[in-house]
Design a binder for this molecule. Structure first.
Ligand SMILES: NC(=O)c1ccc[n+]([C@@H]2O[C@H](COP(=O)([O-])OP(=O)(O)OC[C@H]3O[C@@H](n4cnc5c(N)ncnc54)[C@H](O)[C@@H]3O)[C@@H](O)[C@H]2O)c1
Length: 247
């Protein structure tokens, strides 16, 4: 499986390279990273300069590259594993459009544990129809977007069960909590890889479901699994639920 890796020199870029080195069938054939000072044999600064033959693209760069990345993948007919977070509404629209032509995998979190957490949250909510729900996410101090894409995806899982749910971020000022509110709280500190908790509470008890990633390797391994999953698939938008069904 030959991979073009976008965001080659970033923290996650290094993790994907390490994960590919541990995976016999995976090979990073070229990197793309606009922030490097000059093109090298391993990595180029633009998609135009990337001529390598490949089976899939994995993107751990920045959401602002989404348009250029999708144009490149569509022109080459390559499946794309999109792992950046913080996409704008326009970028989300472009992703949907591209998925009509090529296979696109989109997940805010490539760890298996988060997919299981979403499932557990939905099952718990079915048992606690009136409970209050709050989401707490913690990340390293370099993270650009808040709340995390994973926290928003967890909110999406809540909303599937409770369509009336309303995300409340950065709560402050006067006014009490409304029943449909789901508070989303972001902590930024030190080197935390990623911790997500969903609190489901009544007046008498609180159930807290927590996932903690200890190493970024978990996201890298998951992105390679997603790339393997996409190869040979038809156009469409795929996510971790689809991957779990095949695991
Ligand atoms: N889906 C997941 O499971 C998952 C897990 C971890 C990180 N992420 C996401 O992956 C992305 C990269 O994370 P990271 O920790 O490796 O970040 P990082 O800052 O260490 O690396 C970002 C990489 O993208 C490149 N880049 C290109 N254009 C850029 C721009 N306009 N601004 C900033 N960087 C740009 C940088 O040169 C760098 O190589 C983020 O969007 C992050 O939220 C997703």
């Amino acid at each position: 499986m030959r991979i073009i890796l976008v965001g080659y020199e970033g923290h996650m870029g290094h993790e994907v390279r390490a994960s590919a080195a541990r995976t016999p069938e995976a090979e990073i054939v070229m990197g793309v990273d606009p922030m490097i000072p000059e093109d090298t044999v391993e990595c180029v600064r633009s998609f135009q300069a990337c001529a390598a033959e490949a089976d899939a693209v994995i993107d751990f760069s920045h959401h602002s590259l989404t348009r250029a990345l999708l144009d490149f993948a569509r022109t080459r007919g390559l499946p794309v594993v999109l792992a950046t977070t913080g996409q704008t509404e326009e970028e989300k629209r472009l992703i949907e459009e591209a998925a009509g032509e090529i296979p696109v995998f989109l997940a805010a979190n490539y760890s298996l544990g988060i997919a299981v957490l979403k499932d557990l949250v939905q099952r718990a909510l079915a048992l606690y129809p009136d409970a209050e729900v709050e989401i707490l996410e913690e990340h390293h101090d370099r993270k650009l977007d808040a709340p995390s894409g994973t926290a928003l995806a967890l909110f999406g899982a809540v909303k599937e069960i409770r369509p009336e749910a309303r995300a409340v971020t950065g709560r402050s000022g006067m006014g009490k909590r409304q029943p449909e509110d789901v508070g989303i709280h972001a902590v930024r500190m030190g080197g935390t890889v990623g911790k997500h908790s969903v609190m489901i509470g009544t007046q008498n008890e609180t159930l807290t479901l927590t996932h903690q990633a200890w190493s970024r390797g978990v996201f890298a391994d998951g992105s390679l699994k997603a790339a393997r999953f996409l190869i040979g698939k038809g156009p469409g938008l795929y996510d971790m639920k689809d991957l779990l069904r095949e695991e």
